[in-house]
Design a protein around this ligand. Structure first.
Ligand code: CLF
Ligand code: SF4
Length: 518
């Protein structure tokens, strides 16, 4: 293992890319003794924008740092099945919608199973830096299981950050324990501060051994959420607030929620789109309430951004998600597979991987600054959105046909900014183009001027061009933000020379429905 540490720290011939390093750590980390023998088991603020002690807490957390989400992964363990409230966007046979997309949890875990799974993942996925408990119910409605899991993990894998997500009803009762367990990151889902609006979201809560309904239930919930938020921030614990944007119910009200949570010290606000389909069996799904469009969501996030940092890279993960945000490797770590693994937890190798990522991030920041200088003389008021096919690492490195999602950047003469992502169905299924593949992707990217890809075939390229989206391979394997800025500079020049017309784009779809097999 010493050799591996040296390799990670100093590089070695033929093993220079992070991808190669990841693979080497994976193959050295753990193995499966399954029947087939050994197998692999495996926000926009940056360093200068935050106080050093805060940067230390967020720099490797994929949800709290937009930069980090290109490089670092999280995992959830489904140890918390019960819930103490009912949300109209949740059907308990699906994941908690506070922190997840609607897909069933494959397996519920005991704390002991969860701790073993964490070690297995950490041993083979060096990018995994955060353990979150996010359901499938509410972690603090299952405090014994949640805290036992944290206790076991911090004893065996002390470098892993602990994170939890709660509806907040029980939060004030557990703040001291959260602090004592060094849980530095807590998410509270706050969808309203007005109980009248709350009554349209929460039919009931169960509190102090009794059930409350209507406005009274939401008044208690809101008071407990805001009290919990104040108690956490007073202790220096970073709090992210998640809000589900429910058109016609709380969409306009969320600006008020944003002000209220900011004034109480929340670090980050994550406004997520309602996911609502009849097949989910939720009250909203069955009543036909729709989720917001991409531009409706963005307009609300933009309206709140002057107030505080907005998270725009949330993937509404499953309560048993494993991997980079946007990928799901939970299948590789089922109870059965984890039980058969030989686990070697190598803290030094993990640290070395993280140090290597730091160097890559510095290179990305330097390249971005250099590219931005080239825009210094531009005065155009044009602003466009560019979609990126990426599989991580902050590079344009995914083929169009293999992309499960596209990252969306807004770019103007002020620079490039991550503004969201779009989940899509794969264009290529088993080597063949999906029947309606290009059409659904075009609907998801309809507000974008271009898509930057590692590679794309002629058919989808032509279909995109017909829809007014330029597919560009020029920046294959380059850094994303540098590429977006370079593309924009070129775009402005072509508009100026009248080679192309700048056209304002329309709205786009946010993918609804369950991604149970992403
Ligand atoms: Fe999990 Fe949530 Fe912690 Fe992240 S997820 S408990 S803060 S480690 Fe992240 Fe997933 Fe969005 Fe949650 S992308 S659903 S915000
Ligand atoms: Fe569902 Fe989570 Fe709401 Fe509980 S808090 S009802 S699990 S979305």
């Amino acid at each position: 293992m010493q050799k591996l540490v040296q390799l990670l720290e100093f590089g070695a011939p033929g093993a220079k890319s992070l991808e190669e390093i990841r693979q080497q750590v994976a193959s050295a980390g753990c193995s499966s003794k399954g029947g087939s023998g050994k197998s692999s088991c495996g926000s926009a603020a940056g360093q200068g924008d935050l106080p050093p002690e805060v940067w230390e807490k967020v720099k490797n957390h994929p949800c709290y740092s937009e930069q980090a989400h290109h490089h670092f992964a999280r995992m959830h363990v489904a140890v918390a099945p019960a819930c103490n409230i009912q949300c109209n966007y949740c059907n308990r046979k699906y994941d908690c919608a506070n922190e997840s997309r609607p897909g069933v949890v494959s397996e519920k875990l005991t704390p002991e199973q969860a701790a073993k799974k964490v070690l297995a993942v950490a041993s083979s996925v060096p990018q995994m830096t955060v353990l979150g408990v996010a359901g499938p119910g509410d972690p603090l409605a299952n405090p014994q299981k949640t805290f036992k899991t944290f206790e076991l993990v911090s004893a065996t894998a002390p470098d892993i950050k602990l994170c939890l997500s709660t509806n907040g009803l029980s939060l004030p009762d557990h703040v001291d324990r959260i602090q004592a367990m060094n849980v530095d990151h807590v998410t509270i889902t706050i969808n309203m501060i007005d109980p009248e609006i709350g009554a349209k979201i929460y039919p009931w809560i169960f509190y102090n051994h009794r059930r409350y309904e209507g406005v009274e239930a939401s008044r208690i919930l809101s008071e407990r959420q805001l009290l919990g938020l104040e108690m956490l921030t007073a202790r220096g614990i970073l709090v992210k607030v998640n809000s589900v944007m429910i058109p016609g119910v709380n969409d306009k009200h969320l600006v008020e929620v944003n002000k209220a949570v900011k004034s109480r010290g929340a670090f980050l606000h994550n406004i997520m789109p309602l996911i609502s389909e009849p097949e989910h069996g939720t009250v909203y799904g069955l009543s036909g309430l729709r989720g917001p469009s991409a531009q409706e969501l963005k307009a609300l996030q933009d309206a709140c951004e002057g107030e505080m940092n907005m998270m725009r890279h949330c993937r509404q993960c499953r309560a048993d998600a494993v991997g980079l945000l946007g990928e799901d490797r939970s299948d590789e770590f089922s109870n059965e597979k984890v039980a058969a693994m030989e686990i070697t937890y190598d803290l030094e190798a993990r640290k070395a991987y993280q140090a290597k990522v730091e160097l890559e991030r510095e290179a990305i920041a330097k390249a971005k600054t250099a590219e931005l200088v080239k825009l210094a003389d531009e005065t155009s008021a044009i602003k466009i959105q560019v979609a990126i096919a990426t599989k991580g690492g902050g590079r344009v490195n995914e083929h169009f046909g293999h992309a499960h999602e596209f990252q969306i950047y807004e770019v103007s003469t002020a620079g490039a900014k991550f503004v969201g992502h779009r989940r899509v169905d794969l264009y290529c299924e088993g080597g063949y183009a999906a029947a309606d593949g290009a059409a659904t992707i075009i609907r998801a990217l309809n507000d974008c001027t271009a898509v930057l890809v590692a590679k794309i075939g002629i058919c989808p390229k032509d279909a995109l061009a017909e829809a007014g989206i330029e597919a560009v391979e020029t920046y294959a394997f380059e850094f994303i933000e540098t590429s977006v800025i370079a593309y924009f500079k070129d775009y402005l020049q072509r508009v100026e020379k009248k080679e192309i017309n700048h056209v304002a784009k329309g709205d786009a779809d946010i993918r609804q429905g369950a991604f149970t097999e992403a």
